[in-house]
Design a protein around this ligand. Structure first.
Ligand code: ADP
Length: 178
Protein backbone atom coordinates (compact mmCIF):
# COMPACT_ATOMS: atom_id res chain seq x y z
CA UNK A 1 0.00 0.00 0.00
CA UNK A 2 1.22 3.49 -0.81
CA UNK A 3 1.97 5.63 2.20
CA UNK A 4 -0.08 8.76 2.66
CA UNK A 5 1.36 11.78 0.92
CA UNK A 6 1.23 15.34 2.15
CA UNK A 7 2.39 18.78 1.11
CA UNK A 8 4.41 20.67 3.66
CA UNK A 9 4.31 24.29 2.59
CA UNK A 10 6.88 26.73 3.97
CA UNK A 11 5.96 30.40 3.70
CA UNK A 12 7.73 33.49 5.04
CA UNK A 13 9.96 36.40 4.09
CA UNK A 14 13.23 35.99 2.23
CA UNK A 15 15.95 34.88 4.62
CA UNK A 16 13.50 33.81 7.33
CA UNK A 17 14.78 30.23 7.25
CA UNK A 18 12.38 28.31 5.01
CA UNK A 19 14.99 26.53 2.92
CA UNK A 20 17.30 25.88 5.87
CA UNK A 21 14.58 24.02 7.78
CA UNK A 22 12.98 22.46 4.68
CA UNK A 23 16.26 20.87 3.57
CA UNK A 24 16.81 19.33 6.99
CA UNK A 25 13.25 18.05 7.04
CA UNK A 26 13.78 16.39 3.65
CA UNK A 27 16.82 14.57 5.02
CA UNK A 28 14.98 13.38 8.12
CA UNK A 29 11.98 12.13 6.14
CA UNK A 30 14.32 10.27 3.76
CA UNK A 31 16.23 8.73 6.65
CA UNK A 32 12.89 7.48 7.97
CA UNK A 33 12.15 5.74 4.69
CA UNK A 34 9.74 8.17 3.04
CA UNK A 35 9.76 9.35 -0.56
CA UNK A 36 10.31 13.10 -0.48
CA UNK A 37 10.61 15.82 -3.10
CA UNK A 38 11.42 19.45 -2.54
CA UNK A 39 10.29 22.40 -4.62
CA UNK A 40 12.34 25.45 -3.77
CA UNK A 41 10.97 28.76 -5.04
CA UNK A 42 14.38 30.05 -6.08
CA UNK A 43 15.07 26.85 -8.04
CA UNK A 44 11.61 26.68 -9.63
CA UNK A 45 12.11 30.21 -10.95
CA UNK A 46 15.08 28.94 -12.97
CA UNK A 47 13.10 26.19 -14.74
CA UNK A 48 9.35 25.56 -14.33
CA UNK A 49 8.68 29.29 -13.83
CA UNK A 50 11.57 30.67 -15.84
CA UNK A 51 10.71 34.09 -17.26
CA UNK A 52 8.21 35.01 -14.56
CA UNK A 53 8.81 38.22 -12.64
CA UNK A 54 7.61 39.60 -9.32
CA UNK A 55 4.33 41.28 -10.19
CA UNK A 56 1.33 39.96 -8.28
CA UNK A 57 0.18 38.10 -11.40
CA UNK A 58 3.54 36.39 -11.92
CA UNK A 59 3.94 35.56 -8.24
CA UNK A 60 0.47 33.98 -8.26
CA UNK A 61 1.24 31.89 -11.35
CA UNK A 62 4.50 30.71 -9.78
CA UNK A 63 2.77 29.63 -6.56
CA UNK A 64 -0.06 27.90 -8.43
CA UNK A 65 2.52 25.92 -10.44
CA UNK A 66 4.40 24.85 -7.34
CA UNK A 67 1.09 23.92 -5.70
CA UNK A 68 0.02 21.91 -8.75
CA UNK A 69 3.21 19.84 -8.78
CA UNK A 70 3.08 19.34 -5.01
CA UNK A 71 -0.46 18.02 -5.30
CA UNK A 72 0.54 15.54 -8.03
CA UNK A 73 3.30 14.26 -5.79
CA UNK A 74 1.32 14.24 -2.54
CA UNK A 75 -1.57 12.26 -3.99
CA UNK A 76 0.95 9.59 -5.01
CA UNK A 77 2.31 9.05 -1.54
CA UNK A 78 5.18 11.51 -1.65
CA UNK A 79 5.99 14.07 1.02
CA UNK A 80 6.16 17.23 -1.11
CA UNK A 81 8.04 20.05 0.54
CA UNK A 82 7.56 23.55 -0.88
CA UNK A 83 9.74 26.47 0.12
CA UNK A 84 8.55 29.74 -1.39
CA UNK A 85 7.82 33.21 -0.02
CA UNK A 86 4.21 32.82 -1.25
CA UNK A 87 3.15 36.25 0.02
CA UNK A 88 -0.56 36.12 -0.77
CA UNK A 89 -2.91 34.37 1.63
CA UNK A 90 -5.63 33.76 -0.95
CA UNK A 91 -3.29 31.86 -3.27
CA UNK A 92 -1.87 29.76 -0.42
CA UNK A 93 -5.44 28.91 0.59
CA UNK A 94 -6.31 28.13 -3.02
CA UNK A 95 -3.41 25.66 -3.18
CA UNK A 96 -4.46 24.19 0.18
CA UNK A 97 -7.98 23.63 -1.14
CA UNK A 98 -6.69 21.36 -3.94
CA UNK A 99 -5.06 19.07 -1.39
CA UNK A 100 -6.30 16.29 0.89
CA UNK A 101 -3.33 16.76 3.22
CA UNK A 102 -1.64 20.14 3.56
CA UNK A 103 0.52 21.52 6.35
CA UNK A 104 1.36 25.23 6.30
CA UNK A 105 4.58 26.16 8.08
CA UNK A 106 5.02 29.87 8.70
CA UNK A 107 8.65 30.79 9.30
CA UNK A 108 8.38 34.16 11.00
CA UNK A 109 11.09 36.79 11.43
CA UNK A 110 10.93 40.59 11.72
CA UNK A 111 12.21 42.86 8.96
CA UNK A 112 14.66 44.40 11.47
CA UNK A 113 16.24 41.03 12.17
CA UNK A 114 16.24 40.02 8.50
CA UNK A 115 17.93 43.27 7.52
CA UNK A 116 20.59 42.62 10.14
CA UNK A 117 21.00 38.99 8.98
CA UNK A 118 20.78 39.83 5.26
CA UNK A 119 22.04 36.38 4.17
CA UNK A 120 21.81 37.12 0.46
CA UNK A 121 22.50 40.88 0.62
CA UNK A 122 19.02 41.54 -0.75
CA UNK A 123 17.59 43.68 2.05
CA UNK A 124 20.29 46.32 1.66
CA UNK A 125 19.47 46.51 -2.04
CA UNK A 126 15.73 46.56 -1.40
CA UNK A 127 16.04 49.33 1.19
CA UNK A 128 18.19 51.45 -1.12
CA UNK A 129 15.65 50.96 -3.90
CA UNK A 130 18.04 49.01 -6.13
CA UNK A 131 15.65 46.05 -6.05
CA UNK A 132 11.99 46.93 -6.51
CA UNK A 133 8.92 44.99 -5.33
CA UNK A 134 10.80 43.27 -2.54
CA UNK A 135 8.52 41.34 -0.21
CA UNK A 136 8.31 42.86 3.25
CA UNK A 137 10.06 46.07 2.19
CA UNK A 138 8.27 47.37 -0.90
CA UNK A 139 5.79 44.58 -1.62
CA UNK A 140 3.15 42.94 0.61
CA UNK A 141 3.44 39.83 2.74
CA UNK A 142 0.20 38.49 4.18
CA UNK A 143 0.91 36.43 7.29
CA UNK A 144 -0.88 33.11 7.68
CA UNK A 145 -3.70 33.48 10.23
CA UNK A 146 -3.82 29.86 11.40
CA UNK A 147 -0.77 27.96 10.13
CA UNK A 148 -0.42 24.37 11.35
CA UNK A 149 3.11 25.22 12.45
CA UNK A 150 4.66 28.55 13.45
CA UNK A 151 8.44 28.71 13.59
CA UNK A 152 9.99 31.91 14.90
CA UNK A 153 13.54 32.14 13.60
CA UNK A 154 14.04 35.39 15.50
CA UNK A 155 13.81 33.73 18.89
CA UNK A 156 14.47 30.05 18.13
CA UNK A 157 17.67 28.33 17.07
CA UNK A 158 17.59 26.23 13.90
CA UNK A 159 17.65 23.10 16.05
CA UNK A 160 14.68 24.28 18.11
CA UNK A 161 12.64 25.18 15.03
CA UNK A 162 13.39 21.86 13.37
CA UNK A 163 12.57 19.86 16.51
CA UNK A 164 9.25 21.72 16.88
CA UNK A 165 8.33 20.96 13.26
CA UNK A 166 9.33 17.29 13.42
CA UNK A 167 7.31 16.80 16.63
CA UNK A 168 4.23 18.36 15.04
CA UNK A 169 4.52 16.27 11.86
CA UNK A 170 4.89 13.09 13.95
CA UNK A 171 1.83 14.10 15.95
CA UNK A 172 -0.16 14.68 12.75
CA UNK A 173 0.94 11.27 11.47
CA UNK A 174 2.88 12.69 8.51
CA UNK A 175 6.29 11.52 9.69
CA UNK A 176 7.10 8.08 11.04
CA UNK A 177 8.83 8.14 14.42
CA UNK A 178 12.65 7.89 14.46
P1 ADP B 1 14.76 31.50 3.16
O1 ADP B 1 14.75 30.14 2.52
O2 ADP B 1 13.55 31.73 4.02
O3 ADP B 1 14.98 32.62 2.19
P2 ADP B 1 17.32 30.70 4.24
O4 ADP B 1 16.99 29.36 4.82
O5 ADP B 1 18.00 30.74 2.91
O6 ADP B 1 15.97 31.58 4.21
O7 ADP B 1 18.22 31.55 5.28
C1 ADP B 1 17.88 31.61 6.67
C2 ADP B 1 19.07 32.03 7.51
O8 ADP B 1 18.65 32.21 8.87
C3 ADP B 1 20.18 30.99 7.55
O9 ADP B 1 21.42 31.66 7.50
C4 ADP B 1 19.98 30.31 8.93
O10 ADP B 1 21.18 29.78 9.45
C5 ADP B 1 19.45 31.45 9.78
N1 ADP B 1 18.61 31.03 10.94
C6 ADP B 1 18.74 31.47 12.21
N2 ADP B 1 17.83 30.92 13.02
C7 ADP B 1 17.09 30.10 12.28
C8 ADP B 1 15.97 29.26 12.55
N3 ADP B 1 15.43 29.14 13.79
N4 ADP B 1 15.44 28.57 11.52
C9 ADP B 1 15.95 28.69 10.27
N5 ADP B 1 17.01 29.47 9.94
C10 ADP B 1 17.58 30.19 10.93
Amino acid sequence: MTERGVTIWFTGLSGAGKTTIAEQLVQIARDRGRNVEMLDGDVVRTNLSKGLGFSKEDRDINIRRIGFVCNLLARNGVIAVASAISPYRAIRDEVRATHDDFVEVYVRCSIEKLTERDVKGLYAKALSGEIKNFTGVSDPYEEPLTPEVLLDSETETEEESLAKLVAKLEELGHLPPA
